[in-house]
Design a protein around this ligand. Structure first.
Ligand SMILES: Nc1ncnc2c1ncn2[C@@H]1O[C@H](COP(=O)(O)OP(=O)(O)OP(=O)(O)O)[C@@H](O)[C@H]1O
Length: 572
């Protein structure tokens, strides 16, 4: 059970929800592409300009492996002596603007969190910082507060400047996270009316954002990488505005520096001045990221590590369990698990992570048929819907959110009591971030990972975490029958899309995809778990793209809808 947060926390959450609404209210309803698709599709490039042209012409990626030049500032000893995410240091012990301090007091923050205490003095000294701190421990405020100081210290733009400089650029991997960071910034800016924050996140037509940027200029811009790159390429005067950047922040830095975002991040780094301060924050910083962080950070940057490796990477107060069961039992097990948690936890709040957008839709549909209070978020929902559901989930109790990885990182939903991960997480880091949606701000929580026997190998990547095997809960015959009835009521088109998406996801998992005949056998097992006696047929062009043509067990569909089928197997 979660302990209740202080009253001020509730007030702050309400404030943040209000800010979130304001930030996204002017977005149009439009089908949403996968966030990463934003990065890959670059069809609408405008003419190259200055720095952009330079960076675009570079064949070699800017990000190459090199020895990390960092001397880590280990603050693990702070974390060790206290189980709390809070330190004893007050914000007014640092030379911060009195107006920021006033806003911090209004927000109900009494003392700094460990990561804030460790990074602020270094940042105020002008250092670049790579910071690793557990999920839900206040990293957003840690980078926003000194960023606001940088704006305050910058000379105000002259009134007749048509392209007023953007001083702080914050890059986040998902739209939800960008909106949340901007909302947090607005809380800190309560008494700084002359400092503006804007988000550019996609999910709306580019001209709408261009008009908004023009109408209300800002010194702080929060953006997702794909859309930011679109603006660099297509928005008049935008590249000039970016030349004013003094602070660049990469939130969820390890994710932004991995392959899916790398090219976009390289473009963004090339579009801001070399003379700047850069902050990289995340709850996970794998060695590969340490090796390549020099592309964004100065050689003398500090690595602030607030986390002890291994067990220390997750919260002690969050119990972690895994269950191994054949696929045909997963839906019944999930139902049993949810019923048990709901009975034992008044005001429960559950997040279920699924592998892809279409599997998410299927699971949400099924739980809806089973009369559970369920919502869904994934990349195939319009942004306005995602924002509305996200808001509702943030404020509600006794509710279940089924989601893809668009909610895996950074999203700050208070009081989540249980996180269920169904199927293979994409990697160890993603497991940690998803789990981190519960147990935030020192609260308690539970995490359950539900795997099939052939997915058990994943456990070796998290063997240093306190995750223990748990017995399968007994599922009575009635419950199994209820689940079977529920799944029989789920629309056929949703099952077809889920099957194809499932196959696409596991085809991208090297260990499983090595033997394609086995992969298809497993997919057909998944199909049977949806109550289908024969697996859905897949269009030949999609099979070609997946490299699964002529694999035994696959059914080929005669015609194909190129647009629809491509999206099904890609999106999260
Ligand atoms: N000094 C503070 N005292 C109390 N609460 C704080 C403080 N600083 C931040 N918070 C609150 O802590 C919560 C978690 O913060 P935040 O979302 O920034 O965590 P995070 O470390 O970025 O997590 P994740 O790794 O999941 O992104 C937020 O609700 C935020 O408002």
């Amino acid at each position: 059970m979660n302990s209740d947060g202080p009253k001020s926390g509730k007030k702050r959450r309400e404030l943040r929800a209000k800010h979130l609404k304001k930030l996204t209210s002017d977005q149009e309803d439009e089908s949403v592409k996968q966030v990463k698709d934003n990065n890959n599709n670059n069809n609408n490039r405008g003419p190259k300009r200055g720095r952009e042209a330079q960076s675009d012409d570079v064949d070699e990626p800017l990000i190459k492996k090199a020895a990390a030049s960092t001397k880590p500032v280990e603050v693990a000893q702070i974390a060790k002596t206290s189980d709390s995410y809070l330190s004893k240091t007050r914000f007014d012990q640092f030379p911060l603007s009195p107006l920021s301090l006033k806003a911090i007091a209004d927000a109900g923050f009494k003392t700094m969190t460990v990561v804030q205490e460790a990074t602020l003095p270094l940042i105020l000294k002008g250092k670049d910082v790579l910071a690793k701190a557990k999920t839900g421990t206040g990293k957003t405020v840690a980078f926003l507060l000194p960023s606001i100081e940088a704006v305050i210290k910058s000379p105000p733009a002259s009134r007749d400047n048509r392209n007023p400089p953007i001083i702080v650029l914050v890059v986040c991997p998902t739209r939800e996270l960008a909106c949340q960071a901007a909302a947090e910034a607005n809380i800190l800016l309560k008494y700084h009316p002359s400092i503006g924050v804007q988000v550019v996140i996609g999910g709306t037509k580019l001209p709408t954002e261009q008009r908004r940027l023009q109408k209300s200029p800002c010194q702080i811009l929060v953006a997702t990488p794909g859309r930011l790159k679109d603006h660099i390429d297509n928005t008049s005067g935008f590249a000039t505005r970016l030349m004013g950047v003094k602070v660049l922040v990469l939130d969820e830095a390890d994710h932004l520096l991995d392959m899916g975002f790398r090219r976009d991040i390289e473009r963004i780094i090339a579009a801001v001045p070399k003379q700047r301060q850069t902050f990289l924050f995340s709850a996970t910083v794998p060695e590969e990221v340490r090796q390549i962080c020099h592309v964004a950070l100065k050689p003398d940057h500090e690595f602030v590590n607030c986390v002890q490796e291994g067990a220390g990477e997750t919260h002690q107060k969050v119990t972690q369990m895994y269950m191994i069961a054949s696929l045909d039992r997963h839906f019944s097990l999930l139902y049993g698990l949810l019923k048990e948690h709901i009975t034992e936890n008044v005001g429960y709040k559950i997040i279920i992570f699924c592998t892809t957008a279409m599997v998410t839709r299927l699971v949400a549909d099924l739980l809806g048929k089973l009369c559970l209070n369920v919502r869904e978020i994934h990349s195939r929902k319009p942004q306005s819907y995602r924002t509305r559901v996200s808001d509702e989930f943030r404020k509600s109790k006794s509710i279940i959110l089924v989601t893809s990885d668009v909610s895996a990182r950074g999203v700050d939903y208070p009081d989540v009591s249980l996180v269920v991960q169904m199927g293979l997480p994409s990697d160890r880091e993603q497991y940690i971030h998803r789990l981190g949606r519960t147990g935030r701000k020192g609260k308690e929580g539970e995490g359950v990972l539900l795997l099939a026997p052939w997915e058990e190998y994943f456990l070796s990547s998290v063997k240093d975490l306190p995750i223990t095997k748990t017995a399968l809960p007994p599922i009575d015959h009635e419950a199994v029958k209820k689940v079977q009835k529920g799944i029989s009521q789920v629309e056929m088109t949703n099952k077809e899309a889920a099957y194809q998406a499932w196959l696409g996801y596991y085809k991208s998992q090297k260990k499983i995809a090595r033997d394609t005949t086995r992969l298809v056998e497993l997919a057909n097992e998944f199909s049977r778990s949806m109550g289908l006696s024969t697996p859905p047929a897949i269009p030949i062009n999609v099979l070609g793209k997946m490299g699964l043509k002529n694999v035994p067990g696959i059914r080929v569909a005669p015609g194909f809808d190129k647009k629809k089928t491509n999206r099904n197997f890609r999106s999260r």
